[in-house]
Structures are given as C-alpha cells and as structure tokens.
Write a protein that binds this ligand. Structure first.
Ligand code: FES
Length: 273
C-alpha cells in the first residue's frame, strides 16, 4: 500500500473539505442505534422530570421524612409543612413556578453543559456528526467558538452550584433517617442514600472538578495533597459517562419511590423501626 499524497489530490486544500461521496456513509453496521437510544433515554428523563417538577404532589412523605430531590431545597411557603429543611424565606409561588425553582435551573445547566452530555446530544440530537464516518447534515462546523455554544464554557461555574446542591441532597438523605417514629431505616432511606452516593460520584468525576483539584499546577511533586486528590478524582472521571446515566436513573427511582410512598400507593418497606 502506498500513502496518499498531493498526486492523489490530497493537498492542503482538499484536506479541509469533505470527501464527496454519493452515499451518506459507507458503514454497514447499526451505527444509528447508539444515537437513537441516547435520544430516547434523554427525552424520557426530560419529560418525566418536567412533569414531576410542576406537579406539586407526592414530593414529601411526612411519616418517613422522605423528600424527593426534584423539590429540594423547598424554600417557599407553598411547600407542604415539614418539607422545608432550610426554612421558607420565599413567599407563595404561583402554580406555574416549580417549588425548587432556585436549584432546578442550575442542575439543568450543569447537565446541559456537561462534557459527556454535550458529546451525547451533539451526536444524537444535533447530528454533528451522528457517528464516526457518517456525514453530518450541517454545511458548516464552527464548534463551540461562537454563540450560542460558546456559553458551554460556563460549565465550570455550574460545578460549584451543583456541589452545593449535592450537599443539600445529602442533608435531605440524612434527615430521612429520623421519621415520625424516631430513628429507623426503610427502603426509602436506602434509595435516597444510594442516589446521593451516585450524585457525589457524578459531581466529583466532573472534568471541572478534575481541573479545580489538579489544574494550573506546574509541579505535582510540590503539591502532594492536590496530586493525591486529583488522582482520586481522575479515577472517578474515567467513569463519568456511566455516572451521568446512573444518576438519571437513581433520580427518577428516588422521586418515583417518594411519590408512591407519600401518596400511600405502596407502603415503605421498613428494616429497622
Ligand atoms: Fe460532566 Fe462536569 S463534565 S458534570
């Protein structure tokens, strides 16, 4: 085999342009399956989360002190009594505003600008491109160098807010061990705790967290503590995609369980007390 060269028309100019193929792709495998599954998975979560965030029902189980993460922190006087772990500094909210309106936009922003989710929806929703060696429908590619995609750079700031919200969710999960009957453990506690552990894994495996812990250092040897933290974060970071999907699942599971228990559709399975 010989290497392609200028004599084949592969010069500086032709490298910049696309290969003119009559077909959209020469791939014969099911390359469309991963983008399709990604679209369905993301759409299912968005639809569920949107409906639940506006429902204002089944978000607080007064008996077991379970609060769904979709309504945390609940800071309005519209929240049912007991669900506001941090007081009610905000007055009544009209029905069209979700009770967690302070945290939801940041959580949404954190996920939307996440490096993994960007890759996922650029491919599956925006088709830029949908898969390797498959032509994208767009005539031009400008990356994230101009509006609106340049805004993706704010991800590093969303990270700090997401960190605070994960702390709040952790507090909610701890409070849930002390229900009306006193200290106890139920299946709801296990689900809330599992969700929080996964949220920590997702948040700490964020690429911005990796930069915060180990970025801008010239010598790791002179910063052994930061180097150690960066090493641990990096171990989580390689599984960031898995955590991104797992947390979508644990968030829905946690919310669904709190919804069903608080509306007495199912009883809470108690292990202790
Ligand atoms: Fe995914 Fe930061 S890169 S949350």
């Amino acid at each position: 085999q010989r290497t392609m060269g200028p004599e084949d028309g592969v010069g500086k100019q032709s490298v910049r342009t696309r290969v003119a193929l009559p077909q959209r792709t020469l791939r014969t495998d099911r390359w469309w399956l991963p983008p399709l599954l990604t679209t369905l998975g993301l759409a299912a979560f968005v639809v569920y989360a949107t409906i639940r965030s506006f429902m204002r029902e089944g978000y607080w189980d007064a008996e077991n002190h379970y609060l769904t993460p979709f309504y945390s922190p609940c800071l309005s006087t519209s929240c049912v009594p007991g669900s506001s772990h941090f007081g009610t500094p905000i007055g009544e909210l009209p029905e069209f505003i979700p009770l967690a309106f302070l945290s939801l936009p940041f959580l949404l922003g954190f996920r939307l600008t996440c490096y993994y989710y960007r890759k996922a929806y650029y491919r599956s929703v925006w088709f830029a491109p949908p898969a390797c060696a498959v032509t994208e429908p767009h005539a031009r590619y400008t990356g994230e160098t101009r509006l609106p995609l340049i805004v993706q750079n704010v991800h590093r700031y969303f990270f700090y807010v997401a960190l605070s919200i994960t702390l709040i969710n952790t507090y909610d999960a701890i409070v849930a061990f002390g229900g009306e009957r006193g200290l106890g453990i139920g299946l709801g506690n296990v689900i809330l705790l599992g969700n929080v552990v996964m949220l920590w894994c997702y948040t700490l495996s964020c690429h911005s967290c990796r930069h915060v812990t180990g970025g801008r250092l010239k010598h790791f040897s002179k910063n052994p503590v930061r180097y150690w933290i960066w090493t641990q974060v990096s171990k989580l970071n390689v599984r960031h995609m898995q955590f991104a999907w797992i947390t979508l699942g644990t968030l829905v599971l946690t919310d669904l369980y709190v919804w069903l228990v608080s509306t007495q559709t199912i009883p809470d399975l108690r292990f202790v007390n």
